[in-house]
Design a protein around this ligand. Structure first.
Ligand SMILES: C[S@@+](CC[C@H](N)C(=O)[O-])C[C@H]1O[C@@H](n2cnc3c(N)ncnc32)[C@H](O)[C@@H]1O
Length: 286
């Protein structure tokens, strides 16, 4: 079963018209894409994702709306390219639901979950770039410590990096999780490797640079009166979104629609634990 996080809220804040052209920058498995397409008549959705496997699934999951969807494979850094590829100038709305999908997170072949024995990969697009295994097995101890500290906001980063370097070669997510668990004791409810895995995922996919590229491109590709809606799951990301939206407000280029971030309803959190840290922010371009 697939849940699109804050789907009703995303649709509401996008203020879709039947003829709108909406860019779903993170199509994933197509949950939001389908909900947007359902509300269109003459309009269309550009369904973008960097992960070719997810896009294939999105295509299957949205087959009933195929005539209204144009799929595009690319990162936020080449988001501007999605528009001409789909025969469009600017869009009337842009949605980004950041992070990884449930499929990416749970498929052992993708290497995101610390419970699996598969490859330690973590690339959202498995056809290109460095894997998490390359990173933990090749980087200097200090570089590993710095990235776990900065991207994972993990205070015990030095200890963890030392343990990783001593245990090389790291073979799998399960192996890495065990190494971290032996190096730093469990303190709360979270697995002690949670922040380390998050940091590696952010580094492997250059997620910070990508979010900057998204925040740069979004106001350029969205027409006047068009909405930009971003759902984020990590405080580092929400902070960047908030700051960018504020600066667009100050420059009088956009109206901030959500003074405070919108949170999922209690019902949704109960039914889908993955939604619990979601924060939605929206602006309208002037
Ligand atoms: C949380 S999932 C989206 C789920 C989707 N909204 C749905 O309803 O199925 C995030 C998706 O964004 C994609 N993604 C993350 N960062 C990206 C980037 N920089 N460029 C393009 N796609 C990205 C991931 O590959 C993933 O499929």
């Amino acid at each position: 079963m697939h849940f699109a996080v804050m789907a009703a809220e995303a649709i509401e804040w996008l203020a879709i018209q039947p003829e709108s052209v909406i860019l779903d920058a993170t199509a994933g498995l197509g949950g939001h894409t389908a909900e947007i397409a359902r509300r269109l008549r003459a309009g269309k959705v550009i369904a973008n994702d960097r992960d070719p496997e997810s896009l294939e699934m999105a295509r299957r999951n949205t087959a009933e709306f195929a005539d209204r969807i144009c799929f595009h494979q690319g990162t936020f850094s080449d988001l501007a390219g999605a528009l001409p590829a789909c025969g469009t100038g600017k869009v009337n709305g842009l949605l980004a639901d950041l992070g990884v999908s449930r499929y990416q997170l749970t498929d052992p072949a993708r290497g995101f979950s610390f419970l699996t024995e598969g490859p330690l990969d973590m690339r959202m697009n498995q056809t290109t770039g460095m894997t998490a295994a390359d990173l933990v097995n090749q980087y200097a101890e200090k570089a590993i410590a710095d990235l776990i500290y900065q991207l994972g906001e993990e205070r015990r980063a030095r200890k963890i990096a030392r343990a990783i370097v001593r245990a090389r070669p790291i073979r799998s997510p399960l192996h890495l999780a065990g190494v971290v668990e032996r190096a730093v004791p469990r303190t709360g409810r979270l697995h002690p490797a949670t922040q380390t895995f998050m940091a590696l995922r952010i580094a492997v996919n250059e997620e910070q640079k990508e979010l900057d590229a998204l925040l740069q491109a979004a106001p350029e590709v969205t027409a006047s009166g068009g909405r930009i809606v971003i759902i984020s799951f990590m405080s580092l990301e929400d902070r960047k979104v908030k700051e960018k939206f504020r600066s667009l407000g100050r420059e009088d280029r956009a109206t901030i629609l959500t003074k405070h971030p919108i949170r999922p309803a209690e019902d949704e959190i109960r039914n889908n634990a993955a939604s619990r840290s979601a924060k939605l922010r929206a602006i309208e371009m002037k």
